[in-house]
Ligand binder design. Structure first.
Ligand SMILES: [Ca+2]
Ligand SMILES: [Ca+2]
Ligand SMILES: [Ca+2]
Length: 392
């Protein structure tokens, strides 16, 4: 057991000698289990292995039978894993689907695992319980969605159809008159494509807030914001802090700013002289919550249960920066929702995968809530799935 230095000190700081009531005892320092890197874990929580080392671990999903699915986009596979002896480690492994390069976004809905490739949407199911899909239906054939650029496609299935998003082909180009930078809604048979929202850069996962049909997603902020001010490599004080990554509430017909407007109504310098820039700022729906610049929020989950003491909140897996001067992100962030307003009202770091020297010892990719309310999260640096649970 490795005690986190940072959160260990925090926990000690909370210890008041005159307090004796059980509920006011200090939280136990955050810990990691055996064979887990020395992540910084928030006091009161623990990170343990949920799988052995895999060859690739990107997005994850669970079904109603306790199966854990792990997308392997490079290999073109989705693995299915089971925890047969119920010790918390998913050890039984089968290849659920294969031969579909870029398999990534997933949503288990009504007996089927829906999943995306960059240019396609499929659904598959396993009818004889061997972990291998024996029925696969292609809902949108490969090539009907644009490939390349930000190639990750989200998928959220509802009783009447499904949402998917198509990100920017690059950093911050004007792709208004294309299918890109938009969230789309299709009938369940893949027909009747409708525009849902626009001005989105790269939103890889969409989910409804529990008990509602409010659509949320995390969007990656753009790069090189300060370039036109003369920033150079190693000297980018503007880009290091701008723009924020966004946790957005997407509404029908909503415009979310990209590429023209970032965060709370701020024009990107390349577009500031457009005659319609104020009009674009006026119609931009700002983030429901700002995440840090370059954090790269990929996958995330709402918490429907109170196992982690955070029911109704969202946990966001931030893959971390590639071009910030000092590494930023690399963390599981809790976005807290105010139960009165139903909106984000604060945030806390739950797990950091940066070490004391600010080097990354892991890269979070996605989070899902397991049936028992603990949270599984994937890491494509260590190629494992971990579990976040509570220790008090
Ligand atoms: Ca097991
Ligand atoms: Ca099967
Ligand atoms: Ca935005």
């Amino acid at each position: 057991m490795i005690r986190s230095k940072y959160f260990g000190l925090l926990a000690c700081g909370l210890a008041a000698p005159t307090i004796s009531h059980a509920q006011t005892q200090p939280l136990k320092p955050g810990t990691v289990g055996p064979d887990v890197p020395a992540f910084q874990v928030r006091s009161g929580y623990r990170v343990t292995n949920a799988t052995d080392k895999l060859t690739e671990a990107r997005f994850i999903e669970v079904d109603d039978k306790g199966t854990l699915y792990v997308a392997q986009p490079r290999a073109g596979k989705i693995l299915s894993l089971r925890d047969k002896n119920r010790d918390g480690l998913y050890e039984t492994q089968a290849t659920f689907t294969q031969g579909k390069e870029g398999s990534h976004g997933m949503h288990f809905y009504n007996g089927w695992l829906w999943f995306t490739q960059s240019g396609a949407v499929h659904r598959a199911r396993d009818t004889n319980n061997d972990g291998v899909a024996d029925e696969t239906v292609t809902v949108i054939p490969d090539g009907q969605l644009p490939k390349g650029g930000h190639w990750w496609r989200s998928i959220l299935v509802t009783p009447t159809g499904f949402y998917t998003s198509i990100g920017d082909s690059g950093n911050a180009s004007d792709e208004t008159n294309t299918d890109r930078q938009k969230i789309w809604f299709y009938d369940l048979n893949g027909q009747n494509k409708k525009l849902f929202a626009s001005g989105v850069r790269n939103t890889e996962k969409l989910r409804f807030r529990p008990g509602t049909t409010e659509l949320y997603g995390a969007d990656h902020g753009s790069d090189n914001f300060g370039q036109s001010y003369g920033e150079t490599k190693g000297n980018q004080p503007i880009t290091d802090q701008m723009p924020p990554c966004e946790f957005n509430h997407y509404t029908e017909g909503g415009f979310y700013g990209h590429p023209f407007i970032v965060g709370y109504g701020i024009p990107r310098p390349e577009f500031k002289d457009r005659p319609d820039i104020l009009e674009l700022a006026t119609k931009t729906i700002p983030p429901a919550w700002n995440l840090g610049a370059h954090w790269a929020p990929n996958g995330w989950t709402f918490l429907s249960k109170n196992t982690l003491g955070a029911q109704g909140d969202a946990l966001v897996a931030n893959h971390g920066s590639w071009n910030a001067t000092k590494r930023a992100g690399y963390r599981i962030e809790r976005v807290m929702f105010d139960p009165v307003t139903g909106k984000p009202s604060g945030a806390q770091m739950m797990v950091s995968t940066l070490n004391a020297e600010n080097n990354n010892i892991g890269r979070p990719v996605d989070c899902v809530e397991a049936a028992n309310g603990t949270v599984l999260w994937s890491d494509d640096q260590n190629n494992r799935v971990y579990r976040l649970s509570r220790t008090r």
